[in-house]
Design a binder for this molecule. Structure first.
Ligand code: GDP
Ligand code: CA
Length: 327
């Protein structure tokens, strides 16, 4: 696979999860396009699952829909204007999970994906086909073609798919840890390492550090490519004022023993100078007092408004991240 490039502007790589990651990436996409650059997005596939015979990729689809501008902006996920007739029918037959609703348009994507997988295409090739439908202004890559779905391990040894824990139990069952079976031998998807090596900036989106960015960096070779990149690496804190903006990232951080603070997440990623992945870390104005703690880990802290409450603020955050990267 060739790395997308216009040949003129900056080559930017974003590592991202779903809702927070895709919102941020849409801002980066607009900014990179304005500079005639090229954007590659490495998407978390840890959330993926088989359900009702279909392969579902929640974070990949959030990214696809956000960049195509067809996402449901109110819910923050799924397709705008979707209906749930097919899901209701499946539930009537007792197929799938009755607490897990998939929109009809969304199911169209899952059926297309699954049929291409059954024809023998790799997940990377399938994602190339899915994104070809729209002018995304970015190349989306899965982190790996291997199936390394995140499971939650409970204290009694029970394993639940991450989606069941997150959506059905709302992260209320206290887990012992998270597991991505097979990730230690999962090869990065074609183009991922190449894009990171060729990048002028590597950005880590404000995504869940444990179950979105964590799996991406756990794919052998990806963290190493980030560490060895000649490009500055800039992360954006998903924690503002000691809390995740939305979702239950605080529970994930607690399980991993990471303080639910901007500085805590910076410490989890670590400085490139000390075997970590970060050079720069954008933290909220609310957390300005944590600058020294971040600096002590060897990462340069930048205080910026981190709320992506509308397109203008999101774009401004993208500009700030690129500025921190020196572009
Ligand atoms: P998921 O896969 O759908 O959980 O989405 P991600 O992992 O990409 O992102 C989830 C994280 O995004 C949450 O833990 C939030 O902390 C973060 N987030 C959501 N909205 C914002 C925002 O406006 N600003 C920042 N800085 N982080 C946000
Ligand atoms: Ca996710």
């Amino acid at each position: 696979m060739t790395v997308a490039t216009s040949g003129r502007g900056p080559r930017v790589v974003v590592l991202a999860g779903g809702v927070g990651g895709s919102t941020f990436t849409a801002g980066v996409r607009d900014e990179v396009a304005a500079r005639a650059g090229a954007l590659t997005v490495v998407c978390n596939t840890g959330d993926d699952l088989w359900l009702s015979g279909l392969r579902i990729q929640p974070d990949v689809d959030s990214m696809l829909y956000a960049l195509a501008d067809v996402k449901d902006r109110i819910r923050g996920w799924g397709r705008a204007g979707d209906s749930t007739r097919v899901s209701a029918e499946l539930h009537a037959w007792g197929v799938g999970w009755d607490w897990f609703e998939l929109g009809d348009l969304d199911l169209g994507a899952h059926i297309a994906r699954t049929s291409w997988l059954r024809e023998g295409l790799t997940p990377t090739e399938v994602l190339a086909r899915l994104q070809a439908r729209w002018q995304l202004g970015a190349t989306l890559l899965p982190m790996t073609d291997a199936e390394v779905d995140t499971h939650v391990v409970l204290p009694d040894g029970t394993r639940l798919h991450f989606q069941e824990w997150w959506t059905r139990h709302r992260a209320r069952l206290e887990p012992e840890g998270f597991e991505n079976a097979g990730i230690d031998t999962a090869p990065p998807a074609s183009g991922v390492v190449e894009a990171i090596r060729a990048a002028d900036a590597v950005l880590i989106a404000p995504s869940n550090p444990i179950v979105s960015i964590g799996p991406i960096l756990a794919v052998p070779g990806i963290a190493q490519a980030v560490r060895e990149s000649t490009a500055p690496v800039v992360g954006v804190s998903p924690i503002i004022g000691g809390a995740p903006v939305r979702g239950m990232a605080d529970v994930c951080l607690r399980v991993a023993g990471v303080p639910c603070t901007a500085a805590g997440v910076a410490g989890q990623y670590g400085s490139r100078a000390h075997d970590g992945v970060l050079d720069h870390w954008l933290i909220g104005e609310e957390d300005a007092a944590e600058c020294d703690t971040v600096a002590a880990t060897g990462v340069v802290a930048h205080v910026e408004p981190l709320w992506m409450s509308d397109a203008a603020r999101t774009r401004a955050l993208a500009v700030a991240a690129l500025r921190a990267a020196g572009i």
